[in-house]
Ligand binder design. Structure first.
Ligand code: HXC
Length: 271
């Protein structure tokens, strides 16, 4: 599906600095791109340096001021380094987007302790690490115009999802963290928000859910039948939600997770 023009003014985020973990590819890259195209200076982080370097070159080609820091959100020291690098490069940190995630399909009875722990460490601990490491910088931004944390979540845990016990537990905890930090950090001028994507076309998540190109096409058909709006989402849909959250239009929102899934999570077969 083609991506439409942004409904937001191009300069709506001018002067802001955003750090996006997992910003080198997929949904994270599109979030970074849209924040940048709307005027923010952007820093991306991830584990694969070449991916980050290529992403920065592509962003630069579109006129976005972009910088990268290699690191793993499971390591608190790396997170401190990422937050500090954003401030060192662009002078401040206003928006933190926690998009780094890990996932795979596994029946619970076959999932190893380390497999479960790995996904919780990337998704949940990694999100806390980044929020904690960025706190002082965000607090400074909070006292001069407002700061924001966006946690990219999922809808898997609203009910229960087959072969996703690990990711469901991890994202349930992330949603809880979004609320806790919204409560505790609001008086510092730091807002929090979650964004819970449904099935998004062309992403690593979909490839893992439906390996092989035929599988993916079939899955797309099945998914579309189970989505009230009739089609899968695009990375653009998630990115535009983040632009909205970072804009003054969302200035009175905190602690809430927005579901951006075409209605998939609430869909039940007709009786
Ligand atoms: C069962 C698995 C497994 C699999 C890994 N493990 N893949 N168990 N089925 N398919 C187990 C390993 O056996 C090991 O446990 C433990 O998990 C850690 O695996 P490592 O490969 O050593 O970890 P690491 O190299 O750190 O990689 C982390 C990862 C990897 C999560 C496993 O997939 C990754 O880095 N992913 C990042 C990108 C990603 O997943 N993006 C999708 C996010 S989107 P043992 O016991 O053997 O030591 C998304 C949307 C929903 O989440 C998608 C639905 C599927």
């Amino acid at each position: 599906m083609a991506t439409p023009e942004s409904p937001f003014k191009p300069g709506i985020l001018r002067g802001k600095v955003a750090l996006v973990t997992g910003g080198g590819s997929g949904i994270g890259l599109e979030i970074t791109r849209q924040l940048g195209l709307h005027g923010a200076s952007v820093v991306i982080s991830g584990r694969r340096e070449q991916v980050l370097r290529d992403a920065c070159a592509a962003l630069g080609g579109e006129g976005v001021a972009a910088h990268y820091v290699q690191g793993d959100v499971r390591k608190f020291g790396d997170c401190e380094r990422m937050a500090a690098a954003a401030v060192q490069r662009f002078g401040r940190l206003d928006v933190l987007v926690n998009c780094a995630a890990g996932n795979f399909l596994s029946p619970a009875e076959q999932l190893s302790s380390n497999g479960f722990r790995t996904v919780l460490e990337i998704d949940t601990l990694g999100t806390f690490h980044m929020c904690r490491a960025a706190f002082e910088h965000l607090k400074q931004a909070g006292s001069s115009g407002g700061a924001l944390i966006i946690n990219i979540s999922m809808t898997l845990h609203y009910g229960a999802t087959w072969w996703q016990a690990h990711a469901s537990a991890a994202k349930a905890a992330v949603d809880s963290l979004t609320r806790s930090l919204g409560l505790e950090w609001g008086h510092y001028g730091i807002r929090t928000a979650g964004v819970a994507p449904g099935p998004i076309e062309g992403t690593a998540g979909m490839t893992k859910l439906a390996p092989g190109s035929d599988g993916e096409a079939n899955m797309q058909k099945l998914m579309s039948a189970a989505i009230p709006l009739g089609h899968m989402g695009r990375p653009w849909d998630i990115a535009q939600t983040c632009v909205f959250l970072a804009s003054p239009a969302a200035a009175f929102m905190t602690g809430h997770t927005l579901v951006v899934d075409g209605g998939e999570w609430m869909c039940k077969p007709a009786l």
